[in-house]
Design a protein around this ligand. Structure first.
Ligand code: LMR
Length: 337
């Protein structure tokens, strides 16, 4: 008969046997923070990534998605990533200036891309890769580009010509290029975190803003903006990034599975982006709260002629060579307006 001592020894040994694998298999947690609503291109992409990452790693990775600035707001989130308080983000390309990588602001140049195809020549090609690699020096791993779409202007007064912008306070993201773009129209740019925009529009802290329609609609901006002009004058998209130390320290097989999850997510994200923006526009239309105006070809040209000035003005900030290499890739010629 087993005495008490041996029984407890056996129990302890069994507990250790069962506890050990459970401990060894504790999942790696990726906190993924972002600032937009779930029902947007980025929101859906983050959820898709969570699903794929958990599936492909067979639960060895757990992704926690924090949407709508619930964890961090714009500037805080990049700082949190560098400190390792979150592991992944997908900030808009306009938000890398404060991190010291100004070249990403090239994507903010108005009218640089006519459509998604031209844009993908850059984001899916060597220029896009070269830009992501610049993040290494900041302790950040650049992983992929996810699309949102083309921005339109809104305000509480009609916006049909550049003259309509004179003196308007316009909310922008933290990008010098966007600042220059707004000044080219005679408006007064004001940098505000995305989470503050609705309230700032509601209380009149700013008069107007710019965003793809999916962001405009899901933040209820249509409730506080009477006029929306479909200028589609500039691109807004995202760089998916990770804390470099975290990413490089992942077991090789897990990193490979996450790379695969990301690749599938990028395809998904770039497939749904336009659809999500079209759907949001339809919803704004149905709400009846904002008048939607589609500019004529002549009106578009008038906007373009004024805003294109930003390209030359921003050469010294983002690099003439970089701008020229993108023109070459897309065939854009600012001289031919
Ligand atoms: C904004 O701040 O206007 C957008 O960049 C938010 C986002 O992440 O789409």
């Amino acid at each position: 008969m087993m005495n008490c001592f041996f029984r407890s020894l056996l129990a302890a040994a069994m507990a250790a046997t069962f506890a050990l694998p459970a401990f060894a298999q504790a999942p790696i947690v990726i906190m993924f923070s972002h600032v937009v609503a779930t029902d947007t291109p980025k929101g859906h992409a983050a959820e898709f990534f969570k699903k794929k990452a958990e599936e492909l790693t067979h639960g060895r990775v757990k992704v926690e998605v924090y949407a709508n600035s619930t964890l961090y707001k714009d500037k805080e989130e990049t700082e949190a990533l560098q400190l390792g308080a979150v592991q992944m983000l997908a900030p808009s390309l306009a938000k890398f200036g404060p991190m010291g990588v100004r070249e990403f602001e090239v994507f903010d140049l108005p009218y640089l891309f006519d459509n998604y195809d031209d844009l993908h020549k850059v984001t899916q090609g060597p220029i896009g890769r070269m830009l992501l690699d610049k993040l290494d020096a900041k302790g950040v791993k650049g992983l992929a580009y996810w699309d949102n779409g083309f921005k339109s202007f809104s305000a509480n007064t009609p916006l049909k010509t550049p003259a309509d912008f004179k003196g308007l306070k316009m909310r922008i993201q933290s990008s010098r290029v966007l600042e220059s773009q707004m000044r080219s129209l005679g408006s007064v740019p004001q940098v505000l975190a995305f989470s503050k925009v609705y309230q700032a529009l509601q209380t009149g802290v700013v008069d107007g803003t710019e965003n793809p329609i999916s962001n405009f609609y899901t933040q209820n901006m249509h409730e506080v903006q009477k006029y929306l002009t479909l200028t589609e004058h500039g691109y807004l998209g995202y760089a998916v990034i990770a804390n470099k130390k975290f990413w490089d320290g992942l077991p090789t097989d897990i990193r490979r599975q996450l790379d695969e999850a990301l690749q599938q997510t990028t395809e998904f994200a770039n497939q749904i982006a336009k659809m999500e923006n079209d759907k949001a526009l339809e919803n704004v239309r149905k709400s009846g709260k904002t008048q939607i105006y589609t500019p004529t070809a002549a009106e578009r040209l008038a906007f373009k002629k004024v805003m294109i000035k930003t390209h030359a003005d921003m050469e010294s900030r983002i690099g003439k060579d970089l701008i020229q290499s993108i023109y070459k890739e897309t065939g854009f010629d600012p001289g031919k307006l």
